[in-house]
Design a protein around this ligand. Structure first.
Ligand SMILES: *Cc1c(COP(=O)(O)O)cnc(C)c1O
Length: 379
């Protein structure tokens, strides 16, 4: 049997005709930039995320970069995030010549550890603390970070909060939607995300009219009206074809989320039945969180050997993320070293993403778990 990490073709089959029809309409209209589909999608996403405003942008990366610019982050400012995330989170900070300040994660949710956050702020010198301007909590794999303490600490230190919700549209923390709790939410429509377009795309959410307006201006080179520039922005617009496709997919998103959650539950059951929980750690979902499982992540000591074993059995897996950001070559100048963030470093060595998507079949999941159990018994 062959089980791939992700199979987007199955989802496409269900929306193919409608998507092609809507793409044809956009082509017939020849209105490709910031048209009616983008405006409608912005409203629909705002509603879905329970925020007042949403602004379509060119990618999830820009959905982090633009809020940072709007929050006034610039050269020498310090922005807190975790070293255990996709590069874009810290890359956007560095792009503005601001300084990423890393804080380690919780070992079971892989999200920023609020206790370590307090401690990291305390450890900053007075001069550093004066430049501390923002925090990007990442809602990794589909589960929200511990927002209550994070928001409390942010308020105390006057930090702007940009939620990196790229993997987490529709997730909830204590009944609050991802992207609705901070000053901004950042979403990605990269094809492998829970709501994925036919290419790149992103969305910024916010409850502040003023900040929404600022992001809206910044995405068109900081101009308003056209050709009159108040700020130096960038070109970052969501295009009509993507918005048209995303509007179709958004109608299915809730059902797809529920199917992901069902499949995560199934994996949990299958792993328990296989009797290998002493070797394989399952994802931890806090009881007050709605985890939407963009990824289903297990933890095993012999991760690399397991990955190779599964690959030989036709099972696709992935390692998110093999090198924590503080150890990336491009961030050498920040002066971090091995051992600075032991929880992230350990996770980078032990985590493995298994196939998960709304259409994944029970037999396929059974096969994956059987092969993992086989590996555990052999080694
Ligand atoms: C995907 C992702 C991004 C960036 O999104 P793009 O649309 O690929 O630019 C940022 N942060 C996290 C955590 C992501 O998973």
């Amino acid at each position: 049997m062959k089980v791939s990490l992700l199979n987007l073709k199955l989802q496409y089959q269900g929306i193919r005709e409608e998507a092609l029809k809507e793409i044809e309409k956009v082509c017939d209209n020849q209105s490709f930039i910031l048209g009616e589909n983008v405006r409608a999608l912005e409203q629909e996403i705002a509603e879905y995320c329970n925020t007042k405003f949403a602004i379509g942008v060119a990618s999830g990366t820009d959905a982090i970069l633009l809020p940072l610019i709007a929050a006034g982050i610039g050269a020498g400012d310090r922005v807190i995030t975790t070293p255990y995330t996709f590069f874009a989170t810290a890359g956007s900070i560095a792009r503005l010549n601001a300084i990423p300040v890393f804080v380690d994660i919780e070992p079971d949710t892989y999200n920023i550890d609020p206790e370590k956050l307090e401690y990291a702020i305390k450890k900053q010198t007075a001069a550093q603390r004066a430049r501390l301007k923002a925090i990007i909590p990442v809602h990794l794999y589909g589960q929200c970070a511990e927002m209550e303490p994070i928001l409390k600490i942010s308020k105390k230190h006057k930090l702007a909060v940009v939620e990196d919700a790229a993997q987490t549209i529709g997730a909830e923390y204590k009944e609050e939607r991802a992207g609705s709790m901070g000053d901004f939410g950042s979403f990605s429509f990269y094809p492998s995300k829970n709501l994925g377009g036919f290419g790149d795309g992103g969305m910024v959410t916010t409850n502040s009219e003023k900040l929404a307006e600022k992001v809206r201006i910044l995405r068109v080179h900081g101009s308003k009206p056209k050709y009159y520039h108040k700020f130096v922005g960038i070109n970052s617009r969501l295009d009509e074809i993507q918005a048209a496709v995303l509007r179709i997919k958004l109608k299915h998103l809730k059902a797809w989320e529920n199917n992901r959650i069902k499949r995560a539950d199934r994996y949990n059951m299958l792993f328990k039945d296989a009797g290998i929980l002493d070797i394989v750690s399952l994802p931890a979902a806090r009881p007050y969180n709605r985890h939407v499982f963009n990824q289903y992540i297990i933890r095993v000591k012999k991760r690399d050997a397991l990955r190779e074993y599964l690959s030989n059995q036709g099972i696709g897996t992935e390692i998110y993320y093999p090198v924590p950001l503080h150890l990336q070559q491009c961030f050498k100048y920040l002066g971090y070293k091995k051992g600075d963030f032991p929880v992230s470093e350990k996770a980078a060595k032990e985590t493995l993403a298994l196939p998960i998507y709304p259409e994944l079949a029970l037999e396929e999941q059974g096969y994956v778990v059987n092969k993992i159990a086989e590996f555990c018994k052999k080694t």
